[in-house]
Design a binder for this molecule. Structure first.
Ligand SMILES: C[S@@+](CC[C@H](N)C(=O)[O-])C[C@H]1O[C@@H](n2cnc3c(N)ncnc32)[C@H](O)[C@@H]1O
Length: 238
């Protein structure tokens, strides 16, 4: 699939499942997704923050408890649900913007931090999206990525795979009444770079001091990095 085709496929897929997205998220993760998002959000600095691939806005809403945040996504149907949640919760420090993660419409260095939860795997050009996050965050700010991973423990992995590759797609198809999206989930996770490779992609995008944290036996990983290397900062002050 070409990058352009993947983009359109992903956008249409999320538009198609948007109404069932939150319900299935909580059900299929047994509610753990809330804890994963909270952990990732705790790694952001305070200030003015960007939630990329925000979808229905759960991360942005968590961030908005203590900060101002922009929720951005290229799928209007997902963002519409985010806007409804914001209205219902009477939250004033979140704005929603329809935006492509590979081409963010923000000036350089305007945010204190940027986060993407379960979104980077779906982006057609991952390196471009990482570079964009690096560009819009100020020097010394943070980029945080929460994404599914492959567990490393062999015994746990074999049990988890039965759930992830067989049971999850079946429940997802039943509830969403669509076959594609919940089979796409495990296949996209299998195709996603491993932890060390992904850290390399972050570094190539200019993000330094990258650390990662495995949660729930390595089902998900939170990557945290800083924008602007010390060398670049030094060059600027000379
Ligand atoms: C699995 S959802 C994650 C939503 C949310 N962050 C969460 O934690 O539930 C992935 C989201 O990424 C968005 N997405 C994928 N590629 C994108 C791109 N290139 N630009 C902006 N959004 C994108 C999709 O529209 C979808 O809403």
């Amino acid at each position: 699939m070409s990058q352009l085709n993947k983009k359109e496929y992903v956008r249409k897929m999320f538009a198609g499942i948007s109404q069932r997205y939150d319900f299935l998220n909580h059900l299929l993760s047994l509610g753990l997704d809330k804890y994963w998002r909270r952990f990732a959000v705790s790694k952001l600095p305070p200030g003015y923050l960007l939630d990329v691939c925000s979808g229905t806005g759960d991360v942005a809403i968590e961030v908005s408890k203590n900060n101002s945040v922009i929720a951005s996504d290229f799928c209007y149907e997902m963002l519409q649900l985010c806007m409804l949640k914001i209205k219902d919760g009477d939250r004033r420090n979140i704005s929603c913007i329809q935006n492509d993660a590979e081409n963010l419409s923000f000036k350089d260095g305007v945010f204190d931090g940027a986060i993407v939860a379960f979104g980077i795997r779906n982006v057609a050009d991952i390196s471009k999206a990482l570079s964009e996050m690096n560009r819009v965050v100020r020097k010394g700010g943070r980029v945080v990525i929460l994404e599914f991973s492959i567990p490393e423990n062999v015994v746990f992995k074999s049990i988890y795979y039965i759930y992830f590759k067989k049971i999850l797609p079946a429940i997802g198809a039943l509830v969403s009444r669509k076959n594609g999206p919940y089979s796409y989930l495990p296949s996209s996770v299998m195709a996603f770079p491993g932890r060390i490779e992904f850290v390399g992609l972050m570094k190539d995008a200019g993000i330094s001091k990258v650390e990662y944290f495995d949660l729930t036996f390595g089902i998900v990983t939170v990557y945290v990095g800083e924008v602007g290397s010390e060398i670049l900062l030094k060059e600027k002050t000379l």
